[in-house]
Structure formats: C-alpha cells, structure tokens
Ligand binder design. Structure first.
Ligand SMILES: C[S@@+](CC[C@H](N)C(=O)[O-])C[C@H]1O[C@@H](n2cnc3c(N)ncnc32)[C@H](O)[C@@H]1O
Length: 262
C-alpha cells in the first residue's frame, strides 16, 4: 500500500515540481489572474515560507495518507474496487470523512458514487448507529461489491439505502435540507450538477465533501485548460464565491474540497 502511494506520489511530485513551484517574485501562477488572490502577498509569502522541501512534502503526504491505517475489511473492499477497475478514496480522505461524520453527528448522509464501498465504510464508522447512508451509483456491480463490504463490517441493513441509478435522476428526489453530510465522488464532469443538488440537500451546518478536487494536480496547474480540469476547477471557484457556504481545500488524497452550509 505504502509503496503504491509512494509511487503515485512520486509522479505527482515530479509534475508539481515542473509546474507548481512558488516564486516569491512572480507568484505561483503569474498568468492566473482569476486565482490571483491566493498567490499574492501576504498569502503567497506565508505559503512559500511554510512550504517544506520537495522530499519533505512527499514524506508528509505519504505519512498523512497512512496515518490512520486501514483494517482488513477496508483493504478487502479496496481490492474489490481495484478488481472492478473503479477508484476509491485514499485512506487519508477516508479518515477525514470519518471525522466529519462523527463531528457533525451525521445521521443522514448521501454519497454520490458508491464504488465498492470504501468511502461508505469510513463514513458509516463515523456515523451514529441509528444513522443512514444513502448511496447512489449507476453500476449495480459496484454496489454489489459494496454490499459485500458492508456485510463483512457487520453493518445493519437499515443503516444503508443503496440506490441504483444515475445520480442526476436520483438526487432531485431527495428531500431539501434533510442531510448532514454529502460526499460527491463520481463523474467529475457532473460535479457542478451534483454540488448544486448537495447544497439543496444539506441542512444548515451540514458539510459537502467533493473527492478528486485536485485531479492529480491538474486543477492547480493553470496551463491545464481541458474540459475536465476546467469543470472541476470551476466547482472550487464557485464554492469560494458562494455566500451560502464556507469552503476549504484539503490536499488529502487527490484533493478533498469541503464546504459547510451556513
Ligand atoms: C470514484 S468511484 C466512487 C468511489 C467511492 N465513493 C469510494 O471512495 O469508495 C465512482 C463511481 O461513480 C460511478 N460513475 C458514474 N459515472 C461515472 C463517470 N463518468 N466517471 C466515473 N465514475 C462514474 C462509477 O460507477 C463508480 O462506481
């Protein structure tokens, strides 16, 4: 596991060193006027002063991802995900999701993108026993694997509502302001639609989490202007500009964008 993370991260690190080195004189992205507020003093100064060396960054990221180790049930769920060829949240993201579920006392949670159930297991472990996770995926085979994972973890059937279908069809049927936490982890091109729905579903104080929000460093690279990168980058920008939420971007996993509903 660590070797895989290290391997993935060494690719991530080499690309970030090509494109993402802060420069005090020019700012990190001199031509990225739209994000300029992030990279102008004093924010840029604080960021570049605090930035560890490249090697330190790799070690810190790997350490963070492995900080809360996964047990056998989670590792087996992760293996099923790999066999199905569907991604799963990295362990650092899983641990954050469990913290969020516990901290918000999340009794009603929505997950967009069940996959093989890795993120769902982390969420369920943070939720109270009378909470229910509603999880949506168009791939029934993925949901079948998730059911195996839930059974292996002793999750009572009433704690999950597993809905097959396109999230774009299912989400509009869910009740306004009735949910404590919504995780979006599915088709990134549909993130704008899913995030809109999530903001409708969340109660005040509820938390939105968007996985894959850095798209393997592409979002942070202003030279990347392909459709997928632009859509995901715009989701972050829209949340920063949205008075209904307080946003934050965590570098955990592949980027976890959070927003608390006011
Ligand atoms: C990243 S996986 C979900 C992982 C899960 N949340 C976890 O961490 O264990 C994405 C899921 O979204 C569904 N999906 C639907 N449309 C998709 C698309 N265009 N691209 C990627 N995934 C898509 C897939 O069936 C897949 O199960």
């Amino acid at each position: 596991m660590r070797l895989r993370l290290l391997r993935e991260y060494s690719q991530k690190s080499s690309s970030s060193q090509r494109t993402c080195r802060p420069s005090r004189s020019h700012g990190l992205y001199p031509d990225a006027a739209r994000d300029a507020h992030i990279w102008t003093s004093p924010a840029e100064e604080a960021i570049s002063t605090a930035e560890p060396s490249g090697h330190g960054r790799v070690a810190a990221w790997v350490y963070s991802e492995a900080f809360v180790p996964e047990d056998e049930v989670l590792l087996r769920a992760r293996e099923r995900a790999a066999e199905l060829g569907t991604p799963a949240v990295l362990p650092g993201v899983g641990a954050v999701l469990r913290v969020l579920a516990a901290a918000t006392g999340a009794r009603a949670v929505v997950e967009v993108g069940t996959g093989a159930g890795v993120a769902a297991l982390w969420l369920l472990r943070g939720m109270p026993l009378d909470g229910q996770l509603t999880t949506i995926d168009r791939e029934v085979e993925h949901q079948r694997a998730a059911r195996v994972a839930f059974a292996e973890d002793g999750v009572a059937p009433q704690r999950t509502r597993i809905i097959p279908g396109r999230p774009g069809d299912v989400l509009p049927r869910l009740t306004d302001a009735a949910y404590d936490l919504v995780l979006v982890a599915s088709d990134p091109l549909s993130y704008p639609e899913y995030v809109d729905e999530a903001l409708r579903l969340l109660r005040p104080g509820g938390v939105l989490a968007v996985d894959g929000a850095l798209l393997r460093d592409r979002v942070a690279d202003p030279a990347r202007r392909d459709e997928l990168t632009t859509v995901v980058r715009e989701v972050g920008r829209a949340l920063r500009a949205d008075d209904r939420v307080l946003p934050a971007m965590l570098p955990s996993g592949d980027g976890l964008l959070l927003a608390v509903r006011r």
